[in-house]
Unconditional design. Sequence first.
Lengths: 294, 390
Amino acid sequence: MNQVDPYLIPALDGVAYGLLLFVVAAGLVLSFGVAGILNLAHGTLYAIGAYVAAILSDGSWLALLLALAVGVGAATAGGAALSGMLAPVPRGDHLTQALLTFGVALAGGSLLVMAFGAENLPVRVPATVDRPVDLAGHAYAGYRLVFIAVAAALALALHAVVTRTRAGMLVRAAVDDPDMVACLGVNPERVRLGVLAASGALAGAAGVLGAPIIGPGPSTAATVLLLSLVVVVLGGRNGHSSVVATLVAALAVGQIQTLGVALAPTAAPFLLFAAMAAVLAARSHGLIRRWSPA
Amino acid sequence: MYRSKILAGLLALGTALAAVGCGGEPEGSPGTIKVGLLASLSGTYQAIGTDMRDGFQLYLRTHGGKLGGHPIELVVADEGDGPPTAVPAATKLVKQDRVSVLTGIVGGGSAAAVYPVLTEAKIPFIGANARPAFKDVSRVWHTSYLSQETGASVAQYVRDHVEGSVYAIGPDYQGGHDQLKGFTDAFTKAGGTLANADGKTRFTPFPTTTNFTPYFAQIKASGAKAVYTFYAGTAAIDFVKQYSQSEIKDLPLYAAGFLTEGGVLNAQGDAARGIYSVLNYSPDLDNAENRSFVAAWKENHDGPPTTYAMASYDAAAVLDKAIGAAGDNPTPESINRAIGQLGQIDSPRGAWQFSKTTHSPVQKWYLRQVRQDGRALSNMVVTDLATVGK
């Protein structure tokens, strides 16, 4: 066995984990990085998707598709409802946004526990991929391979929408110059509604597809929110490049959490946050620009 | 000095008031005794806490609401996630409800923080789960176990049945350290070899570790022939699900019983099949006490009872015997003295008794394996292991 061999699987798993973080964080980047709305209830929207997956999954592909439709629908509605609650809050008032959405997250978390109980729920993966796959002499979870493909496709689609479509352009324009967008006859309120609904849809999709990896339970929302915030902070920068930057940041976090831990297990407790501190120390302007009103 | 005089005065006053209170009762009818039960009814440990409450209440229900011939008024309070909620709740039970004895407590941190409240009031505590280190156990009793005992009891069996080295891995907090140390100390003493690179247990960050794949790669590279672990709660679910699809899926997995106990087994599903675990209880134990305990439990619950419910049920059994032996007007002091003189306690886990030195059970441990039991997966006894405790 050579020197590289033991690290193949952690490296591959880092890609799967990174892509999960990307899909989770992309919704947050969309609302925060692109539209300037700080949504701390984002993890709760993921949890909704994950609970839907747990309730509907029965080991068939049809159930997974149904869960995807219901989960995305519910989380989209949740995002739209948040948009309604945020309507009276002035643009760029991140403190109020944070307090409001954090309150919603706390209440939503309690409601989810009341509805589904305090236990972590099992999630069933379609039977055809619920087994280890042989990769160059190593076993790797089949579902995670499928997940890598699906999440990569989602990333491409999201990038295309933000950079190439009229909707994506409107969102970016509404950040740069909301008054001008309003003059052009587009209601900024509707842009915000659209962004939060799309962000919710992404969180819901991530929740349904990611449930076998980060499963539904009382601590899901907090875990997901923390990891997404790390990715958003590491991604830095504003505007159009955010999808690519987020993907790079998410993949980096994925590798730190898997390959990094395999290489330096004793450093595992602080590896992620040490990396985050190092990035911030080197290029803090990315973060500072983000917090200033667009 | 001064303080103890005041305390003595208050105690005398309390006894006098209690005597006045008893005066109205008809001659010969035993007075009601207040028992406080503190357990996590909300938060992370809600599942364990409700099991403990239900276990105690089950004993009361099946014994006519009486312990030792006295009607029992059970006052339940919520321990929450730890000391910030547990201490006020315990203080209320002691100062306001004036309970004669306290039972329950899920978390080690809570138990340690509540301890001064109980010592000050001189109330005996029958713990039914976590047992942190106490300076003085004269009023502290546990119906559960000491953390090191779990791994110690299975070490010889693993040594005898695994041909090669064993990799030890667990969560990086006090409970995890105690659990793993119990195993590794006894295992190396029995002549076993750890597969871990430097002979030291691999501890994973807690609770932040959700992905165990990098550790599995290390275990594979170490050439281990089996794995010993302890995880509980969410970490147990992640560990087991990922293990079953990892490159070490064919290595036998031995664990402290909490890995597959209660609700987590349901969430793990098929991934848990075949896992060996060691615990002081299994719902399929073949003895009369256990058969009636399991049958009564299943009247109100979907799944089989857990060790948490069993330990709390036993706390009630201990009080039943002790209150019966504590005279006509049991006081916290006389109940505590009576507990110290109890002999064997018949329990669903098999008979056990309190150790004179640690005040925790001298009991038998069981090796269990996750197998199909009717429609559901269940922990089923494979063999008896060592009797541990002194």
